[in-house]
Design a protein around this ligand. Structure first.
Ligand code: 5GP
Length: 130
């Protein structure tokens, strides 16, 4: 059965898209730690990131780099944290999280509650950022 992220990539489940190319897809995490918290996933459905073939793993990092530049430009944060963590969705993903302090990357912290309009505005702003 396709993962929820494969359904998002296929457009069967809506998402707030930030960037896409032929191999990768980036979209806002629905339970964000910060405005701009983004997930980068390969279109190829593989559960564990270190089971990806070398080319896909390397390309995913390069794709994430471009998205991180956009997130930083949008948010004005000091840096963008890149985190691989989680067991919930069996589809490899990188979390990109705007960060001004290490405390901003606490997965035990309460998540932000954003309206659909806010999510849409953030996704558009990041996708248009340089
Ligand atoms: P993890 O496997 O990293 O624990 O969890 C997957 C991440 O994907 C979580 O941060 C969760 O909020 C996010 N997530 C799970 N389901 C969806 C969804 O349907 N849409 C979006 N945008 N994010 C999701």
């Amino acid at each position: 059965m396709a993962t929820i992220f494969s359904k998002i990539i296929a457009g069967e489940i809506p998402s707030y898209k930030v960037a896409e190319d032929e191999n990768y897809y980036a979209f806002l995490d629905i339970n964000p730690l910060a405005k701009g918290h983004t997930l980068v996933v390969p279109k190829k459905e593989v559960d564990y990131i270190f089971d990806l073939d070398d080319e896909t793993l390397a390309g995913m990092n390069v794709f994430a780099k471009g998205v991180a530049h956009k997130i930083r430009s949008y948010s004005g944060c000091k840096k963008v944290a890149m985190v691989v963590l989680g067991l919930e969705v069996p589809h490899a993903h990188i979390h990109l999280i705007p960060m001004n302090s290490e405390k901003d990357v606490d997965f035990g912290a309460e998540k932000l509650k954003l309206s659909p309009e806010e999510f849409a505005q953030i996704a558009q702003a990041i996708s248009e950022a340089k």
